[in-house]
Design a protein around this ligand. Structure first.
Ligand SMILES: [Zn+2]
Length: 241
């Protein structure tokens, strides 16, 4: 009998030890799985509602290659599959969903005057995902306990996932907190420069938007203007980085 115990105890102890070590990792992977599921759900919602645009091959390749250069230097490139989707919409806007789904409007592509300007905007959106702004906001709004519950009971949680999808779409299109926006600007500049672009490009982009609208709200720029922190403040901070 004693002999048997000895054989049993040490594997049990080893198992507990491994469990304790992987405990944190377990929650991280649960959260990541949930982020992917919420993101995927919201992505499908957007694709069903907006007009996805297939650009001419040369333009599409150019855009995707800018995007890939940025993804290559971001932090979560291994755990997420970042994708860029173009939607037909004349407003100057871009947005990101959790899980790495980035969208850009044709209006923004038309307004941008260089690859670097597009890179600056895309880098900002990638930074929102890389810094988990959406998931942090969700955690604040509905609590981590509920999110984990949802992750563990995946099969019957379809409705809740769809509700969360609606929240993250709203967040992505209407903007995050001031601090999250400044952080996305900071990381965005870091990524664009690491990918070989110059921060002057994103400053040019913002300046032209300011010139165009005189800093006033304009329906064509509504999202980028009314929900982000004041553009002049953002430009000042980017210059000072
Ligand atoms: Zn933003």
């Amino acid at each position: 009998m004693r002999k048997h115990w000895r054989y049993l105890v040490s594997p049990l102890f080893a198992l507990l030890l491994v469990n304790a070590i992987t405990y944190a990792g377990f929650f991280d992977s649960l959260e990541l799985a949930l982020e992917k599921e919420i993101g995927r759900n919201a992505y499908e919602e957007i694709v069903a509602e907006m007009r996805v645009m297939k650009l001419p091959a040369a333009e599409e390749n150019r855009l995707q290659s800018i995007f890939r250069r940025l993804v290559a230097v971001c932090e979560r490139k291994k755990e997420l599959q970042y994708t860029l989707t173009v939607v037909e919409d004349n407003t100057v806007n871009a947005f990101a969903l959790p899980g790495g789904y980035i969208f850009v409007h044709t209006g923004l592509l038309a307004f941008a005057e260089s690859d670097g300007e597009i890179a600056g905007v895309l880098a900002h959106e990638i930074a929102h995902v890389d810094r988990k702004h959406s998931m942090s906001q969700l955690k604040r709004q509905i609590g981590m306990a509920f999110l984990l519950q949802l992750a563990l009971k995946k099969s019957n949680a379809k409705e809740d996932i769809a509700k969360l999808g609606a929240i993250v779409i709203n967040l992505a299109q209407l903007g995050y907190s001031r601090e999250a926006e400044f952080e996305a600007d900071r990381y965005g500049v870091y990524y664009m420069e690491k990918a070989g672009f110059n921060r002057k490009e994103i400053l040019n982009f913002w300046q032209r938007l300011l010139d165009r609208t005189g800093g006033k709200e304009d329906p064509a720029f509504l999202y980028l203007f009314s929900t982000h922190p004041p553009t002049t403040e953002r430009m000042k901070r980017i210059r000072e980085l």
